[in-house]
Design a protein around this ligand. Sequence first.
Ligand SMILES: O=P(O)(O)O[C@H]1O[C@H](CO)[C@@H](O)[C@H]1O
Ligand SMILES: O=c1cc[nH]c(=O)[nH]1
Length: 234
Amino acid sequence: MTIHIGAAKEDIAETVLLPGDPYRAKWAAETFLSDVRLVNEVRGMLGFTGTWKGHRVTIQGSGMGMPSLSIYVNELIRDFDAQTLIRIGSCGAMQDKIKLRDVIVAMTASTLSTPSRGIFKELNFAPCADWALLRAAVNAAEAKGSTPHVGGIYSSDVFYDERPDLNEQMVRHGILGVEMEAAELYNLAARHRRRALAVLTVSDHLITGEALPSDQRERSFAEMVEIALEAAFS
Ligand SMILES: O=P(O)(O)O[C@H]1O[C@H](CO)[C@@H](O)[C@H]1O
Ligand SMILES: O=c1cc[nH]c(=O)[nH]1
């Protein structure tokens, strides 16, 4: 039991899926897992553990933004010994070729800053996904007849952006989409030698201005959850 996760050590699986939205955690656990148990509700940041095809899985909300994700991932790694951590998040598309509801698998995550900035100082560390997980996610998507976009994303500290020039540079350099957590997940996984990946569904389009309603962000992103589960246990 930690300050932010009120579960016994044995209640948390080695494999953890991490949606930002705690109600997406509830929906995904109830939709994809068997023998589901609520294992955390501290601060309403719901976490569930169950089984998928015989494998134990925890689905734990991580909140919005890297400082929040950092709390949950630090505790999951240090206190619960999580080994494989896969973010299942929403994102905004930054390229014309990407459409609403497309899946993006994040190879790298560019940032302006992360909670790890304090230790990296002047170093520009390159947060990147675990290669085997990334390959397994792409294979899983393709086996389902889907073609995910694979490449770099932007992990931003803000949703309401006051620096359009930064987005312009991201678009210009081929960044696929923007979200708010993956870079610090990748930093922490590198530091503690764990496996991490971010699989994202496009909920907004920065070029067209399209946006999905919040109920769909909570309960309709099945494809990315299936890809994450298949990748974790391939
Ligand atoms: O849908 P989730 O997983 O929360 O991810 C995205 O949505 C939130 C912003 O609405 C941020 O957390 C961003 O990264
Ligand atoms: O961070 C995010 C998440 C979803 N959509 C966005 O535009 N930004």
